[in-house]
Design a protein around this ligand. Structure first.
Ligand code: SF4
Ligand code: SF4
Length: 443
């Protein structure tokens, strides 16, 4: 019934540019100060519980979870809170941020303790306390995924190691350098959720990671390491679920509705690390790359580190960057300047020189159909464009624009350089307002 809304054989071949895949992550020294936003996740902002002048240590709670879909925030350096002040993030959200001046000591908080885990409910609560959110880019609070009332519904556990965006290699390094941590995390979740099978999906352009993990799980036929064609967006949640389990997540439904729990490899490794050490999420493994960067690297950076400090640690720029991105070139967001911080869901920061930052000139749609043929959700961007230009929210709804996962495959393949993803983002707002008006709510 829902098959027509997912075509996993679609997608596009993008240049991989995994320039840093061979580089083990190095830990950068603590920056002079950090700025830690209280909203680095989907859902309600966390509520600050510190004020200017307070002394804090690494891993100390500085903002409490603000609701069920929310995540607490912890100090990533030891030092002194300088101020708590609103910040506007690159996605347009505004929320308080906590500014901490580092004392350079990276003193761990003395209240750090390992959680006791004997059930899935314990795990969900511990993950909630850890502040961990989807670290592959989405930023969805992971504890919500684990709040499973009936574990008999869990048939498959899918682990996302696809890492299909160009340039980004942070998940690859997690799979290579923290494979034992990942293994313990997989076995723990399997023990608590008892799925009938586990699939670890990895694009075939990461042969070392596939080989290593196949070796680790060789004795357990229920844990399958599956090499997947390197076809963007292989790591899209719905695409990966289909390509590993054959299940289709219908519109408006969650993976659990079709018996699947899905998690990114780095998220899983970080959960296990928290369970073994008690240290919450305070640093991120990120890829730093792009044509303007002098020394591309994989690094561990304290959350809240300004991008200026990140790039300085990577040797600065070989030429002035004209475009800087959080994330990869397909789904990443441009940042306004280098003062913005590393967030929980930052998996890469890229800086591009002028030649790679040019936005090609948009020309009229030539009705070639490329975008339709390559969309994994089988959407029809020209029809959506027509409804959008007519401000026809009902038409947009009927075209199922809400299914668009904003992967950018259509924009990448479009010879007319149409701003398809940007249009779909705006179209979703039109649909949301129309639906609210239908329900008698505010537009
Ligand atoms: S951005 Fe949306 S419309 Fe374009 S290919 Fe991806 S899912 Fe399809
Ligand atoms: S790929 Fe571009 S030019 Fe071709 S139909 Fe889609 S929007 Fe039009």
């Amino acid at each position: 019934m829902f098959k027509s809304f997912l075509d996993p054989l679609s997608g596009v071949h993008v240049p991989h540019r995994k320039n840093t895949a061979h580089l083990e992550a190095v830990r950068m020294p603590p920056p002079g100060s950090v700025v830690i936003p209280t909203v680095m996740h989907i859902g309600a902002p966390a509520k600050p519980i510190v004020k200017a002048g307070d002394k804090v240590a690494v891993g100390q709670l500085i903002a409490e979870s603000g609701g069920f879909v929310s995540a607490p925030v912890h100090a990533s350096v030891s030092g002194t809170v300088k101020k708590v002040e609103d910040i506007v993030l690159s996605n347009g959200r505004q929320a308080p941020a906590i500014y901490i001046e580092s004392d350079g000591e990276m003193r761990p908080y003395e209240g750090i303790h390992k959680p006791e885990i004997s059930s899935l409910a314990d795990l969900a609560e511990a993950v909630r306390d850890s502040g961990i959110v989807g670290l592959g880019g989405a930023g969805f609070p992971t504890s919500v995924k684990l709040a499973i009332k009936d574990i008999s519904k869990v048939e498959y556990f899918v682990i996302n190691g696809a890492e299909c965006e160009p340039y980004i290699t942070s998940d690859t390094r997690t799979m290579l350098d923290y494979s034992k941590m990942l293994e313990r995390g997989v076995r723990r979740i399997v023990e608590l959720t008892k799925p009938k099978a586990v699939y670890l999906g990895i694009e075939k352009n990461k042969p070392k990671a596939i080989k290593k993990l196949k070796q680790i799980f060789r004795d357990d036929p229920t844990i399958v390491v599956k090499g997947l064609p390197p076809m963007y967006p292989q790591g899209g949640e719905k695409v990966l679920i289909y390509n590993t389990t054959g299940r289709i997540v219908p519109e408006g439904k969650l993976p659990l509705d079709v018996g699947v729990v899905i998690m990114n490899v780095t998220t899983l490794a970080n959960i296990e690390q928290y369970l073994e050490t008690g240290m919450p999420l305070v640093e991120k493994l990120i890829t730093v790359d792009g044509s303007a960067v002098k020394e591309p690297k994989n690094i561990f950076a304290p959350i809240g580190t300004r991008l200026s400090d990140v790039f300085e640690f990577c040797g600065g720029f070989k030429e002035e960057p004209k475009k800087i991105l959080y994330g990869g070139p397909m789904m990443g967001t441009a940042v306004p300047d280098l003062s913005v911080p590393v967030l929980k869901n930052t998996n890469a920061v890229l800086a591009f020189a002028e030649k790679d930052a040019e936005v090609p000139k948009e020309t009229p749609c030539i009705r070639c159909g490329n975008c339709v043929n390559h969309c994994p959700m089988r959407l029809n961007p020209p029809a959506i464009a027509k409804a959008f230009n007519n401000k026809d929210a009902e038409g947009l709804y009927k075209q199922r624009v809400n299914l668009c996962m904003e992967c950018g495959a259509c924009s990448f393949i479009c010879p007319a350089h149409q701003p398809i993803v940007q249009r779909h983002k705006l179209a979703k707002i039109l649909v949301r307002d129309w639906q609210n008006a239908q329900k008698g709510g505010k537009a």
